[in-house]
Design a protein around this ligand. Structure first.
Ligand code: GLN
Ligand code: ZN
Length: 734
């Protein structure tokens, strides 16, 4: 029999119950016991969904309240375990305890962020008394559900972490110290009754440094030497291919999981590299996107594996955890049925996995009905006019190399800009959004429900913009923003104004901690029927004495933070978005907006700003702290001013700008905006001082890490005032 496996399930619940519970706990409205019991209830509900769908191998320990790993510095301040855990993610400023949060980074190219583990030179590891993996395994077992616990593998855990500030340890050198903890944990899981574990080693899809590659063998040899004292291991990779690292895949594990949605071509190669008895877990149902699986194609892939390995050595699985997909399609009551028929979320994907396993076990006749319905959906999507727009295709065919460049080089542009803008040294600005207050959300809700008219809403937004302008005047900022009160979300807002997008009402996915996003879905060719942001920006300019930035979300971010199509290449979708945004940039310039910021927290090809005047200052923002990995792509965008997230990373990272003699302006974020914590003026001054070691004062802008929409006004004003004061302090020195 061919078994079906899910690699992880979304944690939030169909109605984001986990978000609500955690936030209620943070707000003092729910006790810790209530929070934990709600979490437990959700875990159970999610296991049952998978069991009822017919999934054979159900994951446990895929759940987390926030994220994992508590470094030393959070264990000293007398917080209890749960608060300590949250402090690590969000920072903590209460009752005399003041700790900043840890750096958060994207989990591969998903929209999930994890807290980066940080290590000390003399780091030690200790297994806690009741390891979460064991507790949750037993919890499921007690509910009559036998699960396969999920663990982040030792090599990935170390390689995805970093040395703590001021520490020099190379995390991978800690492997010998770490392995005993894994051995103990695995042994405990075995005693608790786990027969297999899923060990995630996704870093295997990277080009690994030469000292990391050899780390797999000793680690997995040690596990193998423990024989049946520990559960059997399914060594799990995803979001890429492992072809370039084939020789480091351990041969002595029970199974290997690979992502065959993203990289189907790796199948024959991987099969050739398996140990003689190793099982292949074939990831054929997309864990990272919302499209209905083409069941027929999935079956063909699995069949080809079975032909070579036999039924006993193949598992049908999701390509990755389903964490990156929404909970269930059943919640979508407003989707057009034509489109809804093309989608499949975590609960539906659990069914798909079971159907595919059944088809290859018993033959296609066993699932004829499902196969027929599936083929119909596939056909409907491929041929729908919502998918294909010949006008867009035609415009794309006319794009030339020239369309990728500004008219003049930076030195010419910056002096034209300076003439117009007359900014002081170390100009201060913010990244765009100001607090999205309850009132704003309530008013938007009223508009959505039809309780107020568009004109009333527009008036309300104008008042908000006025207020934002006034506050920025009082704070003494140099380049203003309108504050984005009209935007629900930086991608959704644009998606709603572009043709080719579809929207859901409940399709939330976890972004970090309790934060969820509801990515719009690119269903067809993209175009811009009308201006999207000109009205608000124009109004803001009209009431402001200082330069005002127009705010756009860049094409790559629109793409990456949406669920993209899987039927045409993503670069084609990015270009369609870039062309639509280019129209917007030109319209903003025409409307008298002299500074335009394009947010590209997700980066790369197709920057939409060619074709603007030299004197129009183009800012680009990246909330991406590991920018050095993409440095060349960022530099190639040729933005006049770059703002990047930096406050939680080492200022040394800025060295790439020095090393490459980067000529343009840069605003590395001086404080973290993910946390309500107010940075002191002193702290910001220190940060600026560090930055000035790497960047020239004429090149440096002073801004926060990112937009402020998730913050409250009180902390926002305090933090920005400290920031402006710190900037003025240095300005006066030069
Ligand atoms: N302009 C956006 C904002 O301030 C940028 C957000 C982002 O980069 N994530 O909200
Ligand atoms: Zn940002």
């Amino acid at each position: 029999m061919v078994q079906s496996a899910v690699l992880g399930f979304p944690r939030m619940g169909a109605n984001r119950e986990l978000k609500k519970a955690t936030e209620a706990y943070w707000g003092g409205k729910l006790s810790q016991a209530e929070l934990l019991s709600e979490a437990k209830r959700l875990r159970l509900a999610h296991w049952k969904i998978q069991r009822d769908a017919g999934v054979d191998i159900i994951p446990s320990n895929d759940f987390a309240l926030y994220d994992q790993a508590v470094p030393d510095r959070y264990t000293k301040d007398g917080l209890d375990a749960v608060d300590q855990y949250f402090a690590m993610g969000r920072g903590h400023q209460k009752g005399g305890v003041d700790v900043p949060s840890l750096e958060m980074v994207k989990w591969f190219d998903s929209n999930y962020h994890y807290v980066k583990p940080t290590f000390q030179n003399n780091q030690t590891f200790k297994l806690v008394d009741s390891p979460k993996a064991v507790v949750e395994f037993v919890e499921a077992k007690d509910a009559g559900i036998h699960t396969r616990p999920v663990l982040v593998g030792p090599v990935s855990f170390l390689h995805l972490g970093k040395a703590d500030r001021d520490q020099s340890v190379d995390p991978i050198d800690l492997l010998d110290k770490l392995l005993p903890v894994y051995e103990q944990l695995l042994a405990k899981l075995k005693v608790a009754g786990a027969d297999t574990v899923q060990i995630d080693e996704p870093v295997l899809v990277f080009d690994l440094p030469t000292n990391v590659k050899p780390a797999f063998k000793p680690a997995y040899d040690r596990f193998a030497s423990l024989g049946d004292k520990i559960p059997k291991i399914v060594f799990t990779t995803y979001f890429g291919d492992v072809i370039h690292n084939l020789h480091v895949i351990p041969k002595n594990v029970y199974g290997i999981h690979v992502d065959l949605v993203r990289n189907p071509e790796q199948l024959p190669v991987v099969m050739g590299a398996l140990g003689p008895k190793t099982i292949l877990s074939a990831g054929v149902v997309d864990g990272r996107n919302i499209w209905k699986t083409n069941i027929k194609s999935a079956i063909e892939i699995v069949e080809s594996a079975i032909q070579r390995l036999g039924k006993d050595r193949v598992i049908v699985a999701t390509s990755s955890s389903l964490l990156h997909t929404p909970h269930t399609l059943a919640s979508e009551k407003k989707l057009d049925p034509e489109i809804a028929d093309w989608f499949s979320f975590a609960s539906e994907k659990s069914h798909e996995i079971a159907v595919i396993a059944k088809a290859v076990t018993e033959g296609p006749a066993a699932v004829r009905q499902q196969l027929e319905a599936n083929a119909k959906s596939m056909q409907s999507r491929a041929t729908s006019t919502r998918t294909n727009d010949p006008h867009v295709k035609e415009r794309q065919s006319k794009v030339t190399e020239k369309d990728h460049h500004r008219n003049s080089e930076f030195t010419v542009r910056i002096s034209a800009q300076q003439n117009k803008l007359k900014l002081p040294l170390l100009p201060t600005t913010t990244i765009g959004s100001f607090p999205q207050t309850k009132e704003i959300r309530a008013e938007r809700n009223r508009l959505t429900k039809g309780e107020i008219k568009a004109e009333a809403y527009d008036k309300f937004i104008e008042k908000e913009i006025e207020n934002n302008v006034k506050i920025q005047e009082e704070l003494g900022l140099d380049v203003f923003v309108h504050g984005e009160p009209e935007r629900n979300d930086m991608v959704q807002y644009f998606g709603e104004r572009l043709k080719g997008y579809a929207f859901t009402t409940h399709a939330w996915v976890q972004s970090y901690g309790s934060r969820c996003v509801r990515p719009p879905i690119i269903v067809g060719d993209i175009s811009r029927p009308a201006p999207m942001t000109v009205k608000e920006s124009k109004y803001a300019v009209s009431i402001s004495k200082k330069p005002m930035k127009g705010m756009l979300t860049g094409p790559v971010t629109c793409l990456r933070w949406s669920f993209p199509r899987d039927d045409i290449h993503q670069s084609v979708q990015a270009q369609q978005l870039a062309l639509a945004l280019r129209d917007e940039v030109v319209d903003l310039e025409k409307a008298g907006i002299d500074v335009i910021q394009v947010d590209e927290p997700a980066l790369r090809e197709g920057f939409p700003t060619s074709g603007v005047e030299d004197s129009t200052q183009i800012h680009s923002h990246f909330c991406y702290s590991e920018f050095q990995d993409f440095f060349h792509a960022i530099a190639a965008l040729d933005a006049d001013v770059l703002s990047i997230e930096n406050s939680k990373s080492d200022a040394k990272l800025l060295r790439v700008f020095v090393d490459s003699a980067y000529p343009r302006h840069i605003g590395p974020g001086v404080y973290d905006i993910h946390s309500p914590r107010v940075p002191s003026e002193e702290e910001i001054k220190n940060r600026i001082e560090e930055m000035l070691r790497y960047l020239k004062p004429e090149q440096l802008w002073i801004d926060p890490d990112c937009g402020l929409k998730t913050r409250q006004w009180k902390e926002t004003k305090e933090a920005l005032q400290n920031m402006v004061n710190a900037a003025k302090f240095f300005r006066d020195k030069y």
